[in-house]
Design a protein around this ligand. Structure first.
Ligand code: MG
Length: 393
């Protein structure tokens, strides 16, 4: 598959399918597609039918899947004059993931709903440009095994993993000593637990560097995002949890680093812009001009580094504990966190309660050492239910 991709140096020749095209990463993927005249074969989106209609009229995809059936019906009427076929429901999304000529499916569907489409795409022999970290967190061993068996690549779209992927390029894995995962520190860097008790939803949603959806922005503020990324790195790059070090780097200019056996460190730097990661995943192993501003060291100023405060931000060590435990524990962690973040965004719990709630659900969860996919789904469901039970008590 990589050989075929290597031969092609024009993006237009590589049709892509974009799952989650109306979200933050999805919209930026469409920007990259527009910049390079990329053929978008299929899109899948949420209830934002106005934006889906706009994307259909601009990119002329063959298919547009809409999970919400009512929204799908409305969209079908709105775009009846186009050649795009609207595919309703969950089946529509799953069908689209494996359909057509696209060699790469970019998946930025939010949450565990992204897992099944990822597996569909892999089983159809497609590379997956993965912006959905839950897929790797909950069922990473499964996904990577399937990808190996089908001879396809999982290309990270998360900025840190894209950076590591670039730093690793061509180096044998046994020469790698450590992955250095950088972390902006989130909206509450430097704050202690007692200062976080009265944090509001609005404060948690103000991220210093990246503009993203609400769930991931809360995860950035709680450092759970870095915990999930740690798990993601372990799965993607097949390294031990203790060989992933978190480095707080508030400027977000270095997107992550790799330390090799000779203690040489490779880092990837650029202005923070997801479109670079999206484009690299779509053009790999080639590089193409991008819409990014070049990094200007005359204005960059100081780059600073620190260690994360794991005593305050307890979800980060909890994530390390879960990936070490393996089995279903990362699925439990992720499911509990998704439910707890939703409760925080609903003003049902405070910010610190969010940490404690997730930890207590993990502590009470039942481990299964060699889980099947349905064990993982069940653990995820049980973790969400455990959050709900604790909320109503
Ligand atoms: Mg990231």
């Amino acid at each position: 598959m990589l050989e075929t991709m290597k031969k092609s140096n024009t993006l237009g020749a590589l049709p892509v399918t974009v799952l989650g095209s109306t979200g933050s990463v999805g919209r930026q993927t469409m920007d990259v597609a527009a910049l390079h005249g990329l053929r978008v074969e299929g899109i899948a989106g949420s209830k934002n039918i106005a934006l889906l209609e706009e994307q259909i009229r601009r990119f002329h995809p063959m298919w547009c899947a809409v999970e919400d059936e009512t929204a799908a019906g409305q969209l079908a009427v709105a775009v009846a004059d186009t050649d795009t076929k609207v595919l309703p429901g969950r089946e529509g999304v799953l069908w689209l993931a494996s359909a057509g000529e696209s060699r790469t499916v970019l998946n930025s569907i939010i949450g565990t709903a992204g897992l099944a489409p990822t597996l569909e795409a892999i089983r159809a022999g497609k590379n997956v440009a993965l912006a959905n970290k839950e897929t790797l967190v909950t069922a990473g061993e499964f996904v990577m095994r399937e990808a190996r068996e089908h001879g396809v690549s999982v290309l990270p779209v998360d900025s840190e993993h894209c950076a590591i992927f670039q730093c690793l390029n061509g180096e044998p894995r046994d020469r790698v000593k450590k992955l250095l995962l950088t972390c902006s520190g989130g909206a509450f860097r430097g704050k202690k637990r007692d200062e976080l008790v009265h944090v509001t939803r609005r404060e948690a949603l103000a991220h210093p560097t990246w503009k993203m959806g609400a769930k991931i922005t809360v995860d950035c503020a709680s450092l759970m995002n870095k915990g999930l990324e740690l798990i993601e790195a372990v799965r993607l790059f097949d390294v031990a949890p203790d060989d992933v070090e978190i480095v707080v780097h508030p400027e977000s200019i270095i997107h992550s680093m790799v330390q090799f056996c000779d203690n040489a460190v490779m880092a990837q730097l650029s202005v923070p812009d997801m479109r670079l990661c999206i484009q690299y995943a779509l053009t790999y192993p080639d590089r193409m001009p991008s819409c990014l501003e070049p990094l200007d060291f005359k204005t960059v100023g100081r780059l600073t580094f620190d260690v994360p405060d794991e005593e305050t931000f307890t979800l980060l060590p909890l994530a390390r504990r879960c990936v070490k435990a393996g089995g279903v524990m990362t699925a439990v962690l992720n499911g509990a966190n998704e439910a707890a973040v939703a409760a925080f965004l609903d003003d049902r719990i405070g910010f610190v309660e969010l940490f404690d709630l997730v930890e207590s659900v993990v502590d009470d969860a039942v481990q299964i050492d060699r889980p099947t996919l349905s064990d993982i789904e069940e653990a995820d469901r049980a973790a969400r239910e455990a959050v709900m039970r604790r909320l109503t008590h």
